[in-house]
Design a protein around this ligand. Structure first.
Ligand code: MRU
Length: 355
C-alpha cells in the first residue's frame, strides 16, 4: 500500500507562472497558500521562512530563478545582458539562507542549463520553467524512495521513531525525508508512532511536524528537546531519523540546532541514529563538517515566543540555527540511492558515481 500525503508544499502554477506555496509562518493556526510572483518575493519568502526545509528551499530557488528569467526577459535586448542579469539574480537568491546546500544546488543547476545555450531568450525562459517543474516532481519521487529504503530499517513492529525539527512533507515538495521514512513505515505497519522534539527556538517540531502528522492521521507525541534521554533510558525510543541541511563528503551532517545533542544521547543509549536526505543535500566539494557555514539567526527567536518576551531584558543571546553531527555518530544516511554506511567517504563517492 502506498501512503498518500495530502500536502503539496510548493507548486509552479501554469499558465499564471507563479510559485504557489504553503505559508509555514501561520501553521498550526491556519493552512493557507501564498502566491510568489517575483524573484524578490521569493528571496523574502525563503529568508522569512514562509518556505523552509532544505529540499523545499531548493525548489523555491529553482522557481525563483524561473521568475527572475521572466522578469529579466522583458528588461533586456541581448542574450548576453539576459545571462548577466540572470547570474546576478542567481547570486541574490543563493544569499537568502546560507546552510542548506539544496538552495545553491538547485539555483546553480538552473543557471547551468542556460549559461551556454544556443536558444533564444524566450526559449531559455521556457526551459527554466520546465526544469523547475521537473525538479519539483523529482523531489516527491526521491522522497518516496528514501521513505521505502528507510522503512526497511525500522527495527520492530510498533516501533517508536523520534525525530527533530521538521523533515516532512512541509520541508520538501511533499512526502518528506525523515517523515517520508515514517510515512512508508506506517504504510507497512500502522502501529508505529512518532515522538517529535519541539525544536526550539523556531519550534518546527511542535508547529509543523505534529501538524502534518496529525493531518495524515499518524500517531505523534510531542516532547520538549531535553526529554529524549529520559525516554531513551526507559527503552521507549527504537530509532531516531532526522533530515539534513548539508552533508560533507565524510558524512558530517548539519541539521537543525539540537540534532548533535540528540545524536550523542542516542549513541549513548545504543538507539540507531539515521539521517534521511537526498543526494542534493550532500556537498562533495567540502571534506568535513567544519567547512559548513552555520546561519546565525535573529536573537528574538530565543528571547521571544509569539512576540512575547520570555526572559530578562538585556540578556546576552547566541542563536546558531544549525549544528554539525560528526559522522561517527551516524549509523546510516538514507538516500534515494539506498542507505549509505561508514566509511562515508567511500559510500558517498560510490553513490555519486551512480548519478
Ligand atoms: O531552519 P529550517 O526550518 O529551514 O531547518 C530545517 C531543518 O533543519 C530540517 O530538519 C532540514 O532542512 C531537513 S529538511 C528535509
Amino acid at each position: 500500500m502506498e501512503f498518500k500525503s495530502k500536502i503539496k508544499t510548493i507548486e509552479w502554477i501554469k499558465p499564471d507562472n507563479v510559485s504557489r506555496m504553503v505559508d509555514q509562518l501561520v501553521i498550526p493556526y491556519e493552512y493557507k497558500m501564498v502566491d510568489i510572483k517575483t524573484c524578490e518575493q521569493m528571496y523574502d519568502a525563503i529568508k522569512t521562512m514562509i518556505v523552509r526545509g532544505a529540499p523545499a528551499i531548493g525548489i523555491a530557488g529553482a522557481h525563483g530563478l524561473a521568475l527572475a528569467a521572466l522578469e529579466v526577459s522583458s528588461e533586456v535586448e541581448t542574450k548576453e545582458e539576459f545571462l548577466q542579469k540572470l547570474k546576478e539574480k542567481a547570486e541574490y537568491l543563493k544569499s537568502s539562507r546560507p546552510t542548506a546546500v539544496n538552495l545553491m544546488w538547485a539555483v546553480d543547476k538552473q543557471f547551468e542549463l542556460v549559461k551556454n545555450s544556443e536558444k533564444t531568450i524566450d526559449e531559455m525562459v521556457q526551459l527554466l520553467i520546465d526544469h523547475a517543474i521537473e525538479l519539483e516532481n523529482d523531489d516527491i519521487e526521491i522522497n518516496k524512495k528514501i521513505g521505502d529504503y528507510g522503512a526497511e530499517l525500522v527495527p520492530k513492529k510498533g516501533a517508536t521513531i523520534l525525530t527533530h525539527c521538521n523533515a516532512g512533507a512541509l520541508a520538501t515538495v511533499g512526502y518528506g525525508t525523515a517523515l517520508g521514512v515514517v510515512r512508508s513505515a506506517f504504510a507497512k505497519d500502522n502501529t508505529i508512532q512518532v515522538f517529535a522534539d519541539e525544536t526550539r527556538p523556531r519550534q518546527q517540531g511542535s508547529r509543523i511536524t505534529t501538524f502534518e502528522l496529525v493531518m495524515d492521521n499518524i500517531p505523534v507525541t510531542l516532547i520538549t528537546d531535553g526529554m529524549s534521554g529520559y525516554f531513551m533510558n526507559k527503552g521507549m525510543i527504537d530509532m531516531v531519523v532526522v533530515g539534513a541541511d548539508r552533508i560533507a563528503a565524510n558524512g558530517d551532517t548539519a541539521n537543525k540546532i539540537g540534532t548533535y545533542n540528540l545524536a550523542i544521547v542516542a549513541n549513548y543509549h545504543k538507539v540507531p541514529f539515521y539521517i534521511a536526505a537526498p543526494l542534493s543535500t550532500i556537498d562533495i566539494s567540502i571534506k568535513t563538517g567544519k567547512e559548513i557555514p552555520i546561519e546565525e539567526r535573529s536573537h528574538e527567536e530565543v528571547t521571544h515566543i509569539n512576540g512575547k518576551r520570555i526572559c530578562a531584558e538585556g540578556v546576552k543571546v547566541i542563536n546558531p540555527g544549525f549544528d554539525v553531527t560528526p559522522s561517527e555518530l551516524i549509523k546510516g544516511i538514507i538516500t534515494e540511492k539506498g542507505v549509505l554506511y561508514p566509511p562515508y567517504e567511500d559510500s558517498i563517492k560510490k553513490a555519486f558515481e551512480q548519478v
